[in-house]
Ligand binder design. Structure first.
Ligand code: SF4
Ligand code: SF4
Length: 99
């Protein structure tokens, strides 16, 4: 178990950012995409590094741990887990036009 801020920083630094793999840009797999309402999102409203459940639970690792959080739609598969995990209902899923 990590027991210091330094340990947690090492773990966070080891988390990979998504890159194009064998499957290409997986964001094209679905036209349903999450939208974050920054007027509801806790870190966006407070300016503090708190919550980030969407970042933690996204199975594709495409949500940034930033204020506000941002979603890389090039690799988002539209599963909706982030919406389910957001405690303040700041994320909604919308149908978007494919390019
Ligand atoms: S819809 Fe799924 S893949 Fe896309 S950002 Fe949310 S949790 Fe990640
Ligand atoms: S889970 Fe919801 S409130 Fe928390 S950081 Fe993500 S969008 Fe913001």
């Amino acid at each position: 178990m990590p027991d210091s801020k330094k340990d947690y920083q090492k773990i966070l630094a080891s988390i990979q950012t998504p890159v194009e793999g064998e499957a290409g840009e997986t964001g094209t797999w679905s036209n349903i995409k999450p939208i974050i309402n920054i007027n509801k999102c806790t870190p966006a409203k407070s300016g503090k590094y708190t919550c980030f459940r969407c970042w933690l639970f996204c199975p594709e690792g495409v949500i940034s741990r930033t204020i506000p959080p941002e979603i890389n739609l090039k690799y988002c598969k539209g599963c909706g887990i982030c919406m389910e995990e957001c405690p303040v209902e700041a994320i909604r899923m919308e149908v978007m036009n494919q390019k």
